[in-house]
Design a protein around this ligand. Structure first.
Ligand SMILES: CC(=O)SCCNC(=O)CCNC(=O)[C@H](O)C(C)(C)COP(=O)(O)OP(=O)(O)OC[C@H]1O[C@@H](n2cnc3c(N)ncnc32)[C@H](O)[C@@H]1OP(=O)(O)O
Length: 277
């Protein structure tokens, strides 16, 4: 798509990334140039957004400059410096994170903050020549996204074919909304080598408030923590400061009736702090 203005100063590389300020990421220039560039960028985004809507048979564009201004989404634009005198824009890809309710493989609803493909268009005269792949790969790399972790908003048949061909995405997890998610969407990332903690998988689950507050711990983790704490205590001469009990531990203790019976006195329950003493 060609424009009445020269695109070369805007496209300093073939693919540019634009966010809510309507300027290419890394833009340098004074206020006047920024204003001029943002005005031209708004025109590019509106025209490409409308062309994408037409190609998908939508009555309203999914992508406009006005909408982009109000989100933290990113648009990738593919330019062709060699078309015409001013160059041309031949592709658009809009992505961003969205909070979604989606079904997992077991049909359970999950709330996720997922990276989403929101709009994707390559000019009709250039489709099926690898430009879409080029644009998509650049987006994946710059956003640090993985294809199977993407939710795709109402994908067209062309986009389904594209994702199948280039990224092997085929098996979907059925959803009730317009988003398509693929097998692997819910897979947890594998732990990094240097993050792997050395435990044997045995959990320490007790009825103690620590378990309730912090969840069960791996037994080896606890032992490691304890031996580290002991080491620290013996290495330092910092006096042990006992924290005052808080919350329900600060409440007055009930009398222990068994002790009362044995000693014929009123005795507070043992093993717990008693602020009255
Ligand atoms: C979330 C959304 O945005 S949904 C809307 C997606 N956009 C559209 O449907 C708009 C019209 N289509 C397009 O703009 C483009 O076809 C895109 C963006 C989907 C793909 O861009 P392209 O530059 O064509 O992709 P690229 O050349 O890298 O890959 C080609 C593959 O995409 C798929 N594809 C592209 N065009 C078509 C088509 N007309 N019919 C069927 N499959 C197609 C095929 O798998 C094709 O491989 P093949 O030629 O071996 O069959």
């Amino acid at each position: 798509m060609e424009f009445r203005f020269d695109l070369h100063p805007i496209f300093n590389q073939s693919i540019i990334k634009v966010n809510s300020n309507l300027l290419p990421v890394g833009f340098r220039g004074d206020r006047r140039l920024a204003l001029d560039t943002a005005t031209k960028m708004a025109e590019i985004i509106n025209e490409m957004g409308s062309a994408s809507a037409r190609a998908q048979g939508l009555s309203n564009p999914v992508t406009t400059a006005q909408k982009l201004r109000m989100t933290d989404q990113n648009i990738y634009l593919l330019g062709d410096p060699n078309q015409g005198r001013n160059g041309a824009v031949v592709g658009l890809l809009k992505v961003g994170k969205k909070s979604l309710y989606v079904f997992d493989q077991n049909g359970q609803t999950q709330m996720v903050n997922a990276p989403c493909v929101l709009d994707f268009y390559v000019h009709e005269s250039r489709q099926r020549s690898g430009l879409g792949r080029n644009l998509f790969d650049t987006m994946l790399q710059q956003e640090d996204f993985v294809p199977q972790k993407l939710a795709v908003d109402r994908p067209s048949d062309k986009l389904l074919g594209f994702l199948r061909k280039h990224y092997g995405l085929q098996k979907t997890i059925p959803q009730m909304n317009n988003f398509v998610v693929y097998d692997g969407f819910f897979e947890k990332p594998k732990p990094q080598e240097n993050n792997v903690t050395n435990h044997d998988g045995r959990m320490h689950i007790t009825a103690s408030p620590n378990t309730a507050l912090f969840g069960p711990q791996f037994i080896n983790d606890e032992q490691n923590k304890r031996s580290k704490a002991q080491q620290n205590a013996s290495n330092t001469s910092i006096p042990l400061i006992q924290n005052s009990p808080v919350g329900r531990y600060a409440a007055p203790r009930p009398m222990c009736s068994m002790a009362e019976i044995i000693h014929n006195t009123a005795t507070p329950a043992t093993g717990e702090p008693n602020r009255e003493l």
